[in-house]
Design a protein around this ligand. Structure first.
Ligand code: SF4
Length: 314
């Protein structure tokens, strides 16, 4: 299974694409041209940060949710899925350097690290009884086991980087793109710098959603702008369902990401400058700070305790 994953999902020995010189400069120029009206409308002294979650809120969910989060109306708190995801991510990170630990040991160690280093996580953990804590560890261990059975061991020569923080400032620093891919493998081709050698792997629990493919396309764009060359391939791994979705990175893919980012910047600045947000109720109302007061909310009858943000702030 690991060999099949290495070949079919991770790209194995397939030839890596060679992108043209100047691609990153062209992408930046197109982005800045498309975002210029939004950057101007933002005005002096204000900076708009765009992340994958904000892009999803603006395009696929609800502008009201974007605005409420932007105005810091909610209090961030963990939910079960997010807590499991955090433990798995941290365990994968630890596992890169401690490959001889079992999945249960890795999950345990990851939970301890998060508890001591993340106040919101520690608060969430403090609310769990011993059975709920065991369920959290059990689900994280199960997802981690699937990952380790399916994916080959991450060799250090592959340069694995977990949760790589990447930022690109555009339009005179008024708009910043911020990304943090779960796992990046591969490095730079010193002889052919435009030969793409990096692979992005995004680990998810929960339901598969189409916007998850947009998330990794956003990562590819940010990496292209940061490094001058994009990754060669994007993989969305669903740890719960045990599936992997693969996208090859092309210039067309990067340009579609440019358009999506620019349109999001326009929407974001419009609502921040006072245009009433277009409300779109959906499952996301459950974690919207306005869920109990918004006329379009689908979660008004649910308890007030659930009306808190369950996505990390940018
Ligand atoms: S409650 Fe739902 S519809 Fe209303 S602003 Fe929040 S996400 Fe949008």
């Amino acid at each position: 299974m690991q060999e099949r994953t290495r070949l079919d999902v991770m790209g194995g020995a397939a030839e890596r694409p060679l992108f043209r010189e100047g691609l990153a400069e062209d992408l930046r120029a197109e982005l800045e041209r498309r975002m210029a009206p939004a950057a101007d409308a933002l005005g002096e002294g204000r900076t708009l940060w765009l992340t994958k979650a904000k892009l999803t809120n603006l395009h696929q969910r609800c502008e009201g949710l974007f605005l409420a989060n932007e105005l810091d109306e909610g209090v961030f708190t963990y939910g079960f899925q997010l807590a499991v995801g955090s433990v798995v991510h941290k365990a994968v990170e630890i596992g890169v350097y401690a490959g001889d630990m079992t999945e249960a040991e890795l999950a345990d160690r990851a939970l301890e690290r998060l508890e001591s280093g993340d106040d919101a996580f520690a608060s969430y953990l403090g609310l769990l009884d011993p059975v709920e804590r065991a369920e959290l560890l059990g689900e994280a261990t199960r997802q981690l086991s699937w990952f380790r059975v399916t994916f080959p061991p991450l060799e250090r020569s592959w340069n694995p980087v977990v949760e790589w923080p990447l930022r690109v400032a555009l339009a005179g620093d008024r708009i910043v793109l911020s990304a943090r891919p779960d796992l990046v493998l591969g490095g730079v081709d010193r002889d052919q710098p435009m030969r793409a050698r990096r692979l992005v792997i995004e680990l998810k629990g929960g339901q598969e959603r189409p916007e998850q493919e947009d998330d990794v396309r956003f990562y590819a764009l940010v990496m292209a702008l940061c490094h001058g060359v994009p990754p060669f391939r994007l993989v969305n791994v669903n740890l719960q369902a045990g599936t992997a979705r693969v996208q090859e990175v092309t210039e067309d893919l990067l340009r579609s990401a440019v358009r999506r980012v620019a349109e999001a910047a326009t929407k974001a600045v419009d609502v921040l400058n006072g245009r009433p947000p277009q409300l779109r109720g959906g499952p996301w109302c459950r974690w919207c700070p306005r869920s109990q007061t918004c006329t379009a909310s689908t979660a008004r009858e649910e308890s007030v305790e659930s009306a808190v943000r369950t996505e990390p702030p940018a």
